[in-house]
Design a protein around this ligand. Structure first.
Ligand code: F6P
Length: 340
């Protein structure tokens, strides 16, 4: 059997661990041949292939990014899906393992409906795929953001300042919630609940009176009541997503203007996606890779591997991409106990 592998969408720590697991189990246990497609869906669209042998995946487990590279290419624009199918035939590819988030897996789901054997592996630092308890990359992003909060607290305390930390999270506030709780943030703002700036200011003032610092963690997709998302550019990507960013700087200015407190903003941005994965993400990514190649070997396409509790299960790709997993209100309520 010849199996193609690709990584699509935004990169995240742990992608290489999946590739390594697919190659190791696919070749050593099943005797399959594995080839990589480069740059996400652009690879199968344009025939960009990369051989993947055992030696190619030595020592990549702790590496961030993806050795296959990635892109936000959408083959369902401009006839690309037909090109993908032609490339798979040309290269004798029997099945595809697509590692990605909602966009990449949405394409995988449509290709599967068109008769291609595709198995999905969920990745995103945002942790917003509904069919899996966790995606790899999330734990690493939370660790990075938590460390940043810890560091910001000591400098903010020294200067009696408010520090606003903008983290990623387009539709879901999982990174904000977990890093904010782990870092003891005084306010956590998420896309799920529009925030009242006056209320944020009251919390900040109370903290500064008591603790010498106020740490506000805000997800990039959070919106003020009656306002709109802040964007870095008017452009949208191939899947129609806006490029978010700027709410942290805007909020720090508002806090300074309304309270008189000295405020600073830090945008963590892509730092959250870079570098080596945590042990948790390496293990989860490795298990996903092993189970994805098992599914392909058994001829079961149209599924995504998912974490349920501590088990890896298979769910239909269509189900996996149907809805975004947002933070439930009760999780926000737990965090709010520590606000102000
Ligand atoms: O989807 C993951 C994510 O990191 C989002 O949190 C963020 O909005 C987006 O990707 C950024 O994408 P890009 O790498 O294209 O700037």
């Amino acid at each position: 059997m010849r199996i193609g592998v690709l990584t699509g969408g935004g990169d995240c720590p742990g992608l290489n661990a999946v590739i390594r697991a697919v190659v190791r189990k696919g070749i050593e246990v099943y005797g399959h041949e594995i080839i990589g497609f480069r740059d996400g869906w652009r690879g199968p669209m344009e025939g960009l292939v990369q051989p993947l042998g055992l030696a190619d995946v030595d020592h990549i487990l702790p590496l961030g990014g993806t050795i296959l590279r990635t892109s936000r290419t959408n083959p369902y624009r401009n006839g690309g899906a037909e090109q993908v199918k032609r490339t798979l035939v040309e290269h004798g590819v029997d099945a595809l393992i697509a590692i990605g988030g909602e966009d990449t897996l949405g394409v995988a789901s449509r290709l599967s409906d068109d008769g291609i054997v595709v198995v999905g592996v969920p990745k995103t630092i945002d942790n917003d795929l509904s069919a899996t308890d966790y995606t790899f990359g999330f734990d690493t992003a939370v660790h990075i953001a938590t460390e940043a909060i810890d560091r910001l607290r000591t400098t903010a305390e020294s200067h009696h300042r408010a520090a606003v930390v903008e983290v990623m999270g387009r539709n879901a506030g999982w990174i904000a919630l977990h890093s904010g709780m782990a870092g003891g943030a005084n306010v956590i703002l998420m896309p799920e609940q529009p925030f009242a700036v006056d209320r944020v200011c009251k919390w900040v003032v109370r903290c500064l009176e008591r603790e010498d610092a106020a740490i506000v963690v805000v997800a990039e997709g959070a919106v003020p009541e009656g306002g709109a998302e802040l964007l870095t550019t008017a452009e949208v990507d191939a899947f129609g997503h806006k490029r978010l960013g700027g709410v942290g700087i805007w909020l720090a200015d508002e806090i300074a203007r309304r309270t008189g407190a000295e405020s600073r903003a830090v945008v963590l941005g892509h730092i959250q996606r870079g570098g080596t994965p945590t042990a948790y993400d390496r293990v989860l990514a490795t298990r996903f890779g092993i189970h994805a190649v098992d599914a392909v070997h058994e001829g079961e396409g149209g599924v995504m591997v998912a974490l349920r509790g501590t088990d890896i299960v298979r769910v239909k790709l269509a189900e996996a991409t149907a809805a975004v997993k947002t933070v439930p209100p009760q999780r926000h309520a737990e965090a709010e106990v520590f606000f102000g």
